[in-house]
Write a new protein. Structure first.
Length: 379
């Protein structure tokens, strides 16, 4: 059977595969379009395996919300390059995946990949995904998804899909004003990246871990210690010089650093001392502070410093404690939510949120594009 240019064009539009691949598929299958699609898919499966080892750290986050605004899905699908992430075919594909998840019920990623593709209708999601790898020509990874259901759910996409947010709220009157407020809060989450909605979500173990980090980081920053404690460290570092410096450089200063200290002290200007001390001298102070950890924890001044930093940290990681970014009077998100509830005469509270950022935690490759093209030409 003669294969015409129109046939090749039709198959290319059906599959998105390359022109020569489409021509070969039609030739091999004697012009049978269904068989040609299968031929390309089988070829795609083989091609996909070769590409699966390549790093996919670009891509997009997409969201889908049901018509009744009660169910929403967020998904991240990675590609190798930002060029593909901006491709309309890729974006349509990702939105199709999100739509299928939102209308279905999948326990986890494995269950979703094993299900029948709503886009294709015959292949599994995993097999159809492999065919998309062959069609687009890059490794693609369905990295993660989350689905949430509540009284009202809104979504927000930032920077063309670089960041996506779902906000789930409890509300007995989810009018347009409430939804607009939720969209504002979604923007807040995208910008400020909180870890929790409120403090009582944090487990006792996690609170202890966070506090321990604050304590250790305070000891590792001697310049910020209360002056009485810092002055005592100075005295100890100098006193240890003769007795211990030669034997244990973690306990005392050498002559040069002692001279710098005495010079700045004589000038009455110890504020910039740490700009002149050697790295070793600063490390000595850190080590001495760590050695006094148990003693410092009993010190009211140090305990107050830790509590202040701990409270500030919790304010940063808990959504409702954050300063609302659009507020003119520095009100918190909790105060903003309360005002929205009052203005709309309803019960309104943020129940949960999901925030995905494309490629977070993934290693991104840094390649010379010109060199890559040259290498392919030489090959």
């Amino acid at each position: 059977m003669a294969i015409t240019a129109a046939d090749v064009k039709k198959l290319r539009e059906m599959t998105g595969a390359g022109m020569m691949d489409c021509k070969k598929a039609l030739t091999e299958t004697d012009g049978d379009f269904d068989a040609a699609v299968d031929f390309l898919r089988k070829k795609g499966l083989a091609t996909a395996e070769k590409k699966a080892g390549r790093i996919a750290a670009e891509g997009i986050v997409a969201t889908v919300v049901s018509d009744d605004d009660k169910t929403a899905t967020i998904i991240e699908v990675n590609s190798e390059t930002d060029f593909v992430a901006k491709n309309e075919k890729f974006q349509t594909y990702v939105n199709g995946l999100a739509t299928q998840i939102n209308s279905g019920n999948y326990a986890d990623m494995a269950a979703f990949l094993a299900s029948t593709s709503a886009i294709d209708g015959s292949a599994t999601v995993e097999d159809y995904h492999k065919s998309m790898i062959a069609t687009i020509g890059e490794n693609l990874t369905i990295r993660r998804f989350a689905k949430t259901t509540g009284d009202v759910v809104v979504s927000y996409i930032h920077m063309g899909g670089k960041i996506g947010v779902l906000v789930n709220a409890e509300c007995d009157n989810a009018n347009d004003s409430v939804k607009e407020a939720m969209k504002n809060i979604a923007m807040q989450i995208a910008a400020m990246n909180p870890s929790y909605v409120k403090r009582d979500e944090i487990s006792a173990d996690q609170l202890k871990k966070e506090k321990d980090i604050i304590i250790d980081s305070s000891l590792a920053d001697p310049a910020s210690l209360p002056k009485p404690l810092l002055n005592a460290l100075f005295d100890e570092a100098i006193a240890n010089k003769v007795a211990a410096y030669a034997e244990d450089s973690n306990k005392g200063w050498d002559d040069a650093d002692i001279a710098i200290f005495q010079e700045k002290k004589a000038e009455g200007n110890l504020n910039f001392l740490f700009n002149f001390l050697s790295d070793q001298a600063v490390q000595v102070l850190r080590d001495l502070a760590s050695a006094h950890k148990d003693e410092y924890l009993e010190n009211k001044i140090f305990a107050g410093l830790v509590e202040g930093r701990f409270s500030k940290h919790l304010k940063e990681i808990c959504l409702v404690d954050q300063t609302y970014v659009k507020a003119e009077n520095k009100e918190s998100v909790a105060q903003y939510v309360a005002q929205v509830a009052k203005d709309n005469g309803c019960n309104f509270g943020i129940k949960s949120f999901v925030r995905f950022e494309t490629g977070e935690g993934l290693e991104k490759k840094n390649e010379d594009f010109a060199a890559e093209v040259a290498a392919q030409m030489n090959a």
